[in-house]
Write a protein that binds this ligand. Structure first.
Ligand code: HEC
Length: 170
């Protein structure tokens, strides 16, 4: 099942900044160092099929999430958040691995007191409330995002985040 054709792997890689970087390294690196660069690269991004399988395995209503719409809605977050593994903290913290992570706990990111002391672990339910109205859900947060009002958009965005941020079903 995990074996994929080269085409699929390349297709998934085209979506990934990290793959782009290793592509650059391949063209600019000397022959001797190119294999070393490849071996240090992150494990391969899940393929499109694996993402669909993960989506289907999510509890309702997330299993019916529209990943294309979720990706489009993530456009509202992108200026402040990266989602790839090891991605930079921007105005907001990197969101890779956010599901199952204690709120306000990413090392090296300077959270507000409100978020640092909130004391829960991120799951779909908390994220849904947060994204609907961050400043009502956690008063004092410095995330200046007004909220995503349409429930279906939040479902799609959360499904997209689960598929893209390394979430593993418990
Ligand atoms: C204008 C910048 C900005 C935008 C846009 C934004 N965020 Fe944030 N986000 C932040 C900041 C700043 C924090 C840290 C909040 C704090 O410490 O009070 C944060 C925190 C978070 C956290 C908590 C992370 C943790 O480690 O506990 C999540 C989850 C999150 N944002 C998701 C989103 C999503 C999803 C979107 C898009 C719908 C979004 N954010 C849009 C700036 C932003």
């Amino acid at each position: 099942m995990r074996n994929t054709t080269l085409m699929t792997v390349l297709g998934a890689c085209a979506l990934l900044a990290a793959c782009g970087k290793s592509g650059e390294a391949d063209t600019t690196a000397t022959q001797g160092s190119a294999p070393a660069a490849a071996s240090q690269a992150a494990p391969p991004e899940p393929t499109a099929e694996e993402k669909q399988a993960l989506l289907a395995s999510l509890p309702a209503p997330y299993n019916t999430g529209d990943l294309a719409n979720g990706k489009a809605k993530f456009g509202m977050c992108r200026s402040c958040h990266t989602i790839v593994e090891g991605g930079a903290n921007l105005t907001g913290p990197n969101l890779y691995g956010v599901f199952g992570r204690k709120v306000g706990s990413l090392p090296g990111y300077n959270y507000s007191e409100a978020v640092k002391t909130a004391g829960f672990t991120w799951d779909a339910e908390h994220l849904d409330k947060w994204l609907a109205q961050p400043r009502t859900f956690l008063p004092g947060t410095k995330m200046t995002f007004p909220g995503l009002k349409a429930e279906k958009d939040r479902v799609d965005l959360i499904a997209y985040l689960k598929v893209e941020t390394g979430y593993k079903a418990p």
